[in-house]
Design a binder for this molecule. Sequence first.
Ligand code: ZN
Length: 269
Amino acid sequence: MKHPFYSLVPVIALFVALLSSCSKDEPFVLFPLEQDVALGAEVHQEILNMPDSLPILSQEQYPQAYQYLSSMMDRITASPDVLYKDRFGYTNVFIIRNDEELNAFATPGGYIYVYTGLIKYLETEDHLAGVLAHEIAHADRRHTVRAIQREVGLQLLLDVALGERQGAVVQVARALGNLQYSRSNEEEADQYSVRYLSNPQSPYACDGAAGFFEKLLAEGGTDGPPQFLSTHPSPANRVEDIQAEAQSLGCDADPCSTCSYQQFKNMLP
Ligand SMILES: [Zn+2]
């Protein structure tokens, strides 16, 4: 079977040669963009084979919920700051049926997954839009492929890319929900979430991503934020930074007046 990465082998080898010499601490291979797309598609296929740990809510049984979420994605990715809207799979947004997890994650290439637990925990659509925008930024700014390299190791990711190790993609798929992004990548994803939500087609408060942290702070949770939002900046600092970005853009931070978030929640099991 022809592997989608096969034709990229020389390119990858070149990037490895160039970039692994740049930093002894953290060699990072910037794959060609097509690689993010192909890796995302492979990982998604693997996720479909993991119904026990990542049970995807059926699109056939819950078409309205998916329509609702897709239209949210359309409004967020209308931003000109989303660079790979036409190449990444942002319309491929999936709901994971697990009410216990406050989580969301992205694959390289822009497949986005959000847990029912997070959707139900959040109180307004602006806040969910903020989380989705944050995840879009991780894919679009290509943080995800970088974090995967750090998590599973460059060699394993190359093995996946070169189709040389059966089952390696499983490790990548399993790592996704618990990826540790660098502090600067987290800050950038927060910042870009504000930019995305400030586009004219977005009805959302541009500082929507702050809402989640505000709720965590208000509840005084001792466990800290969930893994996907948990790297170094504290929730309080992130609220401040997100709001500072909103102020500097002068964007609309009024809550969405036309949204019916409860209606969306009611579409879920
Ligand atoms: Zn993040």
